[in-house]
Design a protein around this ligand. Structure first.
Ligand SMILES: Cc1cc2nc3c(=O)[nH]c(=O)nc-3n(C[C@H](O)[C@H](O)[C@H](O)COP(=O)(O)OP(=O)(O)OC[C@H]3O[C@@H](n4cnc5c(N)ncnc54)[C@H](O)[C@@H]3O)c2cc1C
Length: 475
């Protein structure tokens, strides 16, 4: 295999870190260019303000992270991450009722986004061929003389004495992982290329979150509480996600006197412009309006540790880099820069992990010069990695009444109807619930929900319901 010299990643948040890890298997040198200076402990930073929100990492994502960084899960648990059996320890209220609870091997860890990023950065920094260029903002892309490929980036270093000074950095592969606000489409346009076509699905979802110290004497039979929205009927939802305990300033998580000291990230969500408020009274009133009083009751006994943070721009946006026929080679986009997902479904970090795996597999079989002709093929592979998550997120968001551009085909109406039947079955059928969880955690494709056993249960359930209605004279 031909030697691959230098890969450059724009943005060192989760997608950039995971892609950096996978490229380290194949390139002599990987440079991750990050605008921020990283904090030296798990803490929020300017470029990732959303780290204050719950970040659930799906099981497929957890598996990939463990492959990339063996022992990571154990390290996180030692730092205070919580182990959760997702079928036994999660109280999940569907539109049809609480799901059945039973022990399973679908075992997750939950922790803050800050702890996860910090641990991954720490592990990646031990790779001798990975370099972090912190405090450096990429300002544009560079092409070769023939105008056929991207060969580098222009950047500005924050510490530079002359504010306008620009440096150029060259590489064989450039990866945009600069997130939702990526300027890559504008950078491509400035070079005379077409920007990628975009698809947006916006259900106008608002999201607020706050960290709490749970009450010391709390006695509940769950670790994680999940009351998702269920549009179109239920456009409000909420959740409690346990995370590692706090640790005082200057102390690292592992030095914390009691790592079992769990905190909660409590989040509230509203679709169809029903944005949850950020004031104390409004937050509690919204929590009380959920279809179960449990969330409001327990937070009334808990101690708030932070202000209430809001994130109101939760649209889904797909940049179709895979559809560009005349676009420069040796340039790709990953993470939210390529596929922005409504974060309330908790899939984006797992998608980033799947994209990193895709790159790993691609470079096991391709030399760097293959990108001259195969960049589009690589982009198509990356598009496959986010397709399933995109369909799930937009499928649910289209169920809100006022989401623009809603498809109204018989097929979408059937999927919507089928979804409602599944929610009802999950209340007492552990096997159906388990398959649903495997799909949710991106362990199985959503087609698994249409396997013969589940299809037959849906038909049987529907038949029984109809029969009951006939008996009591409703039909
Ligand atoms: C409110 C909220 C909640 C979420 N909850 C979940 C969840 O539960 N589960 C889940 O899987 N995902 C969740 N996500 C998604 C997740 O946080 C990430 O956004 C996602 O994994 C994509 O990350 P990213 O690395 O592509 O982008 P980002 O995390 O947005 O990072 C982009 C990085 O690029 C840097 N950067 C930007 N421009 C430049 C530049 N020009 N030069 C150099 N550096 C630059 C930024 O400083 C930043 O570090 C949530 C997102 C939000 C907003």
């Amino acid at each position: 295999m031909q030697h691959k010299k230098h890969a450059l990643v724009i943005g060192g948040s989760l997608a950039g870190l995971l892609v950096g890890r996978s490229l380290a298997n194949h390139f002599e040198r990987v440079t991750i260019v990050e605008r921020d200076i990283y904090p030296d402990q798990p803490a929020p930073r300017k470029g990732v303000p959303h780290s204050r929100f719950p970040h659930s990492l799906m099981l497929r994502g957890q598996q990939i992270l463990e492959q990339f960084f063996p022992g990571l899960r154990a390290e996180l648990v030692a730092e205070g991450a919580i182990e959760v059996d997702s079928m036994k320890d999660m109280a999940f209220l569907t539109s049809a009722g609480w799901t059945t609870r039973c022990s399973s091997d679908l075992r997750l860890f939950t922790c803050s986004r800050d702890l996860l990023d910090w641990r991954i950065r720490h592990r990646l920094a031990t790779f001798p061929n990975v370099q972090f260029l912190q405090g450096a903002s990429v300002t544009g892309l560079l092409t070769d003389a023939e105008h056929t490929k991207i060969v580098g980036v222009s950047l500005h270093r924050r510490a530079s004495s002359t504010p306008q000074s620009t440096e150029e950095l060259y590489a064989d592969l450039i990866v945009d992982a600069s997130g939702k606000a990526s300027h890559a489409p504008q950078w491509l346009s400035a070079l005379g290329y077409d920007p990628p076509p975009e698809t947006e699905v916006n259900a106008f979802v608002g999201y607020v979150a706050r960290i709490y110290q749970p009450p010391a004497d709390l006695s509940v039979d769950w670790k994680l509480l999940f009351v998702p929205t269920a549009p179109p009927q239920r456009q409000r939802g909420g959740a409690i996600l346990p995370i590692e305990g706090d640790f005082s300033e200057g102390e690292t998580a592992s030095q914390c006197s009691d790592p079992r000291n769990t905190r909660w990230i409590v989040s509230l969500v509203g679709g169809n412009r029903d944005y949850p408020p950020t004031d104390e009274a409004g937050f509690l009133a919204f929590a009380r309006s959920l279809p179960t009083p449990i969330l409001a009751e327990v937070i009334e006994q808990a101690t708030p540790l932070t202000p209430i943070y809001a994130y109101y721009g939760n649209e889904n946006r797909l940049r179709h880099y895979d559809q560009l026929s005349d676009s420069p080679a040796h340039f790709i986009a990953v993470g939210h820069a390529a596929c922005l997902l409504n974060p309330t479904y908790g899939q984006a970090m797992t998608v980033a992990a799947l994209e990193a795996m895709t790159l790993d597999q691609f470079f096991q079989h391709h030399a760097i010069d293959d990108l001259n002709h195969h960049t589009r093929h690589l982009r198509q592979q990356l598009a496959k990695a986010h397709r399933e998550a995109w369909l799930v997120a937009t499928g649910v968001d289209y169920r809100y009444r006022n989401t623009p551009g809603k498809p109204i085909s018989a097929a979408t109406r059937f999927v919507s109807w089928y979804w409602d039947q599944l929610m009802e079955l999950m209340v007492d059928q552990a096997r159906v619930y388990r398959t649903f969880m495997e799909v949710l955690h991106l362990l199985k494709p959503s087609i698994a929900l249409f396997q013969p056993y589940i299809l037959s249960q849906v038909v049987w359930h529907r038949f029984n319901k109809r029969l009951r209605r006939l008996r009591i004279g409703l039909d």
